[in-house]
Design a protein around this ligand. Sequence first.
Ligand SMILES: [Zn+2]
Length: 498
Amino acid sequence: MADQKRPHQSDQKDQKDQKKDAFVTEITPRSEDFSRWYLDVVRRAELADYSPVKGCMVIRPYGYAIWEHIQRLLDARFKATGHVNAYFPLFIPEGLLMKEKEHVEGFAPQVAWVTRGGDEELEERLIVRPTSEVMVGTMYAKWIKSWRDLPVLINQWANVVRWEKVTRPFLRTTEFLWQEGHTAHETADEAEAETLKILGIYKDFAETDLAMPVIDGLKSDSEKFAGASRTYSIEALMGDGRALQAGTSHNLGQNFAKAFEIQFQGRDKSLQHVWTTSWGVSTRLIGGVIMTHGDDGGLVLPPHVAPIQVVIVPIPRGNWKDTVLPKAEAIKAELEARGVRVKIDASEENSPGWKFAEYELRGVPLRLEIGPKDLEKSQVFSARRDTREKAAIPFDGLAERVLAVLEDVQRALYLRARAFRDEHTTEVSTWDAFVAAMAGRPGFVIAPWCGSAACEAAIKAETQATLRNIPLASPRVSGQCVKCNGAAGVQAWFAKAY
Ligand SMILES: [Zn+2]
């Protein structure tokens, strides 16, 4: 598409409009203060707002619409792989939490307690679920009797509460929304296969629909889920060079099965414990999308999860309400018939220039402008959010062209994010190089690691970098650990992280 200058844009801005434009672009530049930029975008794009409850946010309709698309796209993948949805209680009796030792130690510091109901002290305190393994485990012990009952593949869409001291909208809040899958299997191999299958779904979803490249791999023992045998994660790199854990999938072995007596009669009639998994992604993904794609103009949304994929702005000139507006509505109907999410902003309070800036700030992937001159030429004028590329699109074949552009935006965002990650990933083999890489441009550092928790802790203490994961695709190496010079069998990915 040729870059074309639009002739009638600049002459329609009067002073009042310029004041409004200044208001719209009231966002701290990303390069100046990334953290401030993030909060400005969340607030100005009306994704979320602070609430009277400390650490809890209100997800506003525009932000919630993104979550609904995330839910829809993930839920379809879960169902396609045999999972079903159910719902478990918000409250968990104290006694249940205490049954799995590592689990209780991991979660107790973050638990919110309910001690009274109405005006009566409760005999047994309740916790507000921080996650549901213990509740689900209790129920599975009742439901599973025989190998014929397996596997059980249940997911729940729910809210959870973890008492956080420092919070940030979407990334870390006391209450958040997520999905948590809980499955039970006949064999260890099946549980491991399920854990990896879900990790693959998360990776595919993150890359295909969020345009967010991720590294899928195994967590170290010190970073694994409390009570898990093995935790796998997907890790993304944000625009400031810090990593974000974007999803986790846990192989729980028989730890919860033994704590909750989830037993079944096997094919050989013997009584056995099941093998379980759990896995989740949360509203944190919205924070990931903001920080992966956003720029100084505000939000940049991948079309697959954008609440509005195309905004049509009619240019109010001459008898536009009788000519331009009906055509804009016809285009909207044509696009909607092809499954595109379209909004027309024909409001007269704001100038086209104000609207352009506003929908850019909200990350709408494609803007179509149409005025009397465009009508004469049988075309609309288009502007992409990601590249700001502008081009005329003829009425003839418009829907096909728009669909193609949206898919191109989706792909371009992914490629841009992947190039950024590659540019911010450094492979090192010595400790000096590791320290230099961490002190310089932020990003991932790949280094050989001996597997010891002591080395991992020393690396964190000296550089603030945590071991993100050991990628599934990582080659086996025979080198020296970057920290202790001991024998290293794997390459681990390190980064400062959210
Ligand atoms: Zn070491």
